[in-house]
Design a protein around this ligand. Structure first.
Ligand SMILES: Cc1cc2nc3c(=O)[nH]c(=O)nc-3n(C[C@H](O)[C@H](O)[C@H](O)COP(=O)(O)OP(=O)(O)OC[C@H]3O[C@@H](n4cnc5c(N)ncnc54)[C@H](O)[C@@H]3O)c2cc1C
Length: 403
């Protein structure tokens, strides 16, 4: 096999498709017996990001809703809404989305081996030469010119390849629930609930579907996210009204890496993509668009490496450099925003949202379309004086929080 992909999530399947399109013989090993199951993700994606990857519009009932508004709530009840000129984000059904990506990869020539868990890397003289898989209790070695690690947040293989994983303290524990009988919710708006009291180190979200159900979740830096979810649904001044008749139909737990790009995600014969490489927005935890963007780059570099017969770390370094060029600036800006959000108190957050509402910041954001590349988005809106004033206010809050 030319290339082996570990994991049939979105990053793995997108890398597989892009490799197969370049004529690379590629096999995807996925530990579960079905693609997309179990699901743990809210599937809230930017339409522009998907379009840039050639994935929008999406058919087949994958899109559950579209949004042109975001409502931000402080834990003390202040709110601030951003209404955009047209739908900017969508909620996708992640099971169907993952299957769609896998279907495209298969159509391009990739081979899927389901129920096949990769147990470890085959390493010879420091060079990754393939993987050991286990299927139905039987182990088998599969050799490959290059191994693409798309195993998600666990980052076991990264360590086996001799690379450091995520930065300490950079991972939050998340819960995602399917909730029925949601009331008083704006169907064209995602709800973002900030504050330590309900989601310390992150935020809670409500993503409504058109049928009265919603995806509801949050993440926390420490503690049991399920306990925080119950508290959020019962006690938050706004959310508790939405959930007064609600029933939780399904709940899933998973981690999100928020610490930024992993410093080194290549070794001889080895690349990591997606969550495994920390290709996630530190502000929102969204990893699909960045993961796929970098998976596309990984396929470009890996296919070129195979063509030249040079899969050395020296050549594969190009992958890391191109990812830094593509998303590094934005990830670094978002890391600073995340630090700001983590540092301020609930009272300060409350006054920040009131300040934004009073100053009419929403008007300055009306034309925003870019929500993935938030560094670039900030540079764009910085031309407006009201945004300067807001940033100055936030900076003062940040200094006060760290005084
Ligand atoms: C609660 C929650 C909500 C989220 N909401 C959003 C959102 O709204 N928008 C957004 O953009 N992002 C969101 N994310 C993040 C998003 O889910 C991830 O960034 C994205 O799924 C990463 O894709 P991936 O392919 O790198 O990894 P994954 O989707 O985790 O896929 C990894 C795959 O590898 C398989 N695998 C793992 N180990 C092995 C092994 N050893 N052998 C074989 N197979 C293996 C797994 O079974 C899995 O199928 C959310 C995350 C969480 C936890």
């Amino acid at each position: 096999m030319d290339a082996v992909i570990v994991g049939g999530g979105p990053a793995g399947s997108f890398a597989a498709e892009q490799l197969a399109r370049r004529g690379v013989k590629v096999a995807v090993f996925e530990e579960h017996s079905e693609i997309g199951v179990p699901t743990h993700c809210a599937g809230h994606l930017s339409i522009r990001g998907l379009r840039g990857l050639g994935l929008f519009p999406l058919g087949g009932g994958i899109v559950e809703n579209t949004f042109h508004r975001a409502d931000f709530f402080s834990p003390l009840g202040a709110d601030f809404s951003v209404q955009l000129a047209h739908p900017v984000t969508c909620a996708v059904n992640r099971v169907l989305f993952d299957r769609f990506l896998a279907g495209k990869a298969e159509a391009a020539g990739a081979r899927y081996c389901l129920g096949s868990r990769v147990r470890g890397l085959l390493v010879d003289a420091g060079v990754v030469k393939g993987v050991r898989i286990e299927r139905g209790g039987v182990c088998e070695d599969v050799s490959a010119g290059v191994v693409v690690d798309a195993e998600g947040v666990s980052c076991n293989l990264l360590r086996q390849a001799g690379l450091a994983g995520f930065r300490r303290g950079g991972v939050v524990c998340a819960v995602e629930a399917d909730v029925e009988n949601v009331c008083d919710v704006q169907l064209d708006a995602v709800g973002v609930f900030l504050g330590r009291n309900y989601a310390p180190g992150f935020y809670a979200w409500v993503i409504p579907r058109l049928d009265g159900t919603a995806k509801v979740g949050l993440a926390v830096r420490a503690g049991n996210p399920r306990v925080f979810l119950e508290r959020f649904m019962r006690r938050h001044p706004v959310a508790s009204k939405m959930f007064r008749h609600a029933r939780v139909a399904r709940v899933a737990f998973h981690s999100i890496p928020l610490g930024g790009l992993v410093r080194r995600v290549f070794a001889d014969g080895f690349l990591a993509v997606g969550d495994a490489a920390g290709q996630v927005k530190p502000t929102t935890g969204g990893g699909v668009v960045f993961g796929l963007t970098c998976a596309g780059i990984a396929a470009e570099v890996a296919s070129e490496a195979l063509r030249r017969g040079d899969v050395s770390a020296g050549f594969l370094r190009l992958y890391q450099e191109r990812c830094e060029d593509a998303v590094g600036f934005d990830v670094n800006v978002m890391l600073r925003l995340r630090r700001f959000l983590d540092a301020v108190s609930d009272v300060q957050l409350d006054s920040a949202l009131r300040f934004c509402a009073r100053l009419g910041v929403a008007d300055a954001l009306l034309d925003v379309e870019e929500i993935d590349f938030q560094g670039r988005m900030l540079l764009e809106v910085l031309r407006k004086p009201v945004v300067w004033a807001t940033l100055a206010y936030f900076f003062a809050l940040y200094l006060a929080a760290n005084a």
